[in-house]
Write a protein that binds this ligand. Structure first.
Ligand SMILES: *[C@@H]1O[C@H](CO)[C@@H](O)[C@H](O)[C@H]1NC(C)=O
Ligand SMILES: *[C@@H]1O[C@H](CO)[C@@H](O)[C@H](O)[C@H]1NC(C)=O
Ligand SMILES: *[C@@H]1O[C@H](CO)[C@@H](O)[C@H](O)[C@H]1NC(C)=O
Ligand SMILES: *[C@@H]1O[C@H](CO)[C@@H](O)[C@H](O)[C@H]1NC(C)=O
Length: 425
């Protein structure tokens, strides 16, 4: 920007050499006005991002000013607090569970898409929409959105992946400036505060994707990759289970299959790649996975590991504490008070699955989130009396012990050479 102004002025200067002094003065005053405006603009991060959109030069971390050998101060750092975009989804009877999870997860800096699938009653979905509308904090910030046209979602079917992609598309369209997408269900619950999460992720490269994965399909090769099934949720408006068709198919040879956890944290750039699909792979794989059992455990894994632009951004962890049988059965254990210590020691950001109003959730609220009955998880943004009924500065994050646990875990995951060696193996 500055360079442009300078070049323009130089051109003019050459035309009117005699008025040289006047123009030096003009340059100086334009630059001072510019810097003055910059100083006033730097007060808050939100105004900084507005500032950035006008002056894209600041978006890059390179010091363009320094190269010009001027005495200007170094450019301000880019907005450092990242933003998360959440999908929280549920089904029939999940309204209260989902509402509690959203309360525990809420932060005015993030975005939330809530979805109750078509199996839940119209009343339940209306009640969710009206609770969101009536909440004074949600209403004032406007960062919680209820999917108005519910999707039919079949357990283990591709409709689960399409529902996730639908939420991604809504988040890309409605909210422009988030950094990571996180997919949760009403049976999930956070083990750290959003301030802990924002604080920890602030220092991470924005292109990292947390997707647990392996190419070792094991029993899934025979039981998942070869049988073909159809999900009636794709074309029927009443719920019915997936059904099997014959014959089986061979393993693919144009891409390599990966499998892993259905819970993940995806970078915005990877989500854009999956939704916009400027390469055909995300689309081809979506079609392939249409007839694949439990596609949520394979789709994103297979896309990311078969894409050279993204395969080095994947961290082999799902940031969830999930208690499986060994070997894993279809459903994980429901977590109870007995799991608390293990859950905390592992350092994950989220855990699943929980029963509605389970005692362990009360303990997490009390000891990990410091969340009072029915209110939001406290954070640096909280104002008002009672606390968190008004929104202060959303980018003031106050990390607690949860940030340390999370930092330790992520630090271990990113340590080289282990980090690279666990990618797409
Ligand atoms: C996303 O969240 C839902 C929870 O409703 C889950 O069942 C699904 O498997 C998740 N993952 C993907 C990749 O869609
Ligand atoms: C990523 O893809 C490139 C190109 O296919 C390949 O050379 C590289 O080994 C891959 N990296 C990982 C971690 O799989
Ligand atoms: C916790 O563990 C104890 C014994 O180890 C057992 O008796 C109790 O039923 C467990 N509680 C729950 C809620 O699973
Ligand atoms: C928590 O809230 C519920 C309903 O909102 C109420 O019944 C209960 O008494 C409250 N408990 C405390 C400790 O305030």
């Amino acid at each position: 920007m500055l360079k442009k102004i300078k070049m323009k002025l130089k051109e003019i200067k050459n035309l009117h050499l005699e008025k040289r002094w006047t123009f030096t003065l003009a340059v100086a005053s334009i630059i001072s006005i510019f810097l003055l405006a910059a100083c006033f603009n730097l007060g808050t991060v939100s105004s900084l991002s507005k500032f950035n959109s006008f002056f894209p030069i600041f978006n890059t971390r390179t010091t363009n000013f320094a190269e010009e050998k001027t005495q200007f101060p170094p450019p301000p750092p880019r907005p450092t607090v990242p933003r998360f975009a959440y999908l929280v989804s549920g089904s029939k009877g999940d309204l209260d569970k989902l509402w509690r999870t959203v309360g525990a997860l809420y932060h005015p800096w993030n975005y939330y898409v809530l979805h109750l699938d078509l199996e839940s009653s119209v009343e339940e979905r209306m009640e969710l929409a009206s609770r969101v509308e009536r909440d004074p904090v949600f209403a004032s910030v406007g960062n919680v959105y209820v999917v108005p046209k519910a999707n039919m979602v079949t357990y283990r079917g591709p409709t689960m992946v399409s529902n996730t992609l639908h939420a991604c598309a809504i988040l890309l369209k409605k909210f422009k400036d988030w950094d990571w997408f996180i997919n949760l269900s009403a049976s999930d619950y956070p083990l750290v505060t959003q301030d802990d999460l924002l604080f920890t992720f602030r220092d991470l490269k924005r292109d990292l994707n947390f997707i647990e994965h392996t190419s070792n399909l094991g029993w899934k090769e025979n039981k998942r990759a070869m049988p073909l099934m159809v999900d009636p949720g794709l074309y029927r408006n009443t719920k019915s289970d997936i059904f099997w068709v014959q014959p089986k198919r061979a393993l693919p040879t144009t891409f390599k299959l990966f499998t892993g956890s259905a819970w993940m944290i995806l970078s915005r750039s990877f989500v854009e790649y999956c939704i916009w699909g400027w390469d055909n792979l995300p689309r081809t794989l979506l079609m392939y996975y249409t007839n694949f059992v439990s596609s949520p455990e394979g789709y994103f894994q297979t896309v990311i590991c078969n894409t050279p632009e993204f395969n080095s951004t994947v961290v082999n962890h799902d940031m969830h504490f999930i208690s499986w049988d060994t070997p894993p059965k279809q459903h994980p254990h429901v977590l109870t008070l007995n799991d608390t210590d293990k859950m905390i020691a592992r350092g994950s950001a989220f855990a699943r699955k929980f029963k509605q109003d389970s005692l362990v959730l009360d303990r997490i609220d009390r000891e990990l989130l410091h969340r009072k009955n029915g209110s939001f998880t406290p954070g640096g943004w909280c104002k008002g009396d009672p606390s968190c009924t008004k929104v202060g500065k959303p980018t003031r994050v106050k990390p607690g012990p949860g940030a340390q646990r999370l930092r330790r875990l992520i630090g271990k995951l990113l340590q080289q050479p282990k980090f690279s060696q666990s990618q797409c193996q």
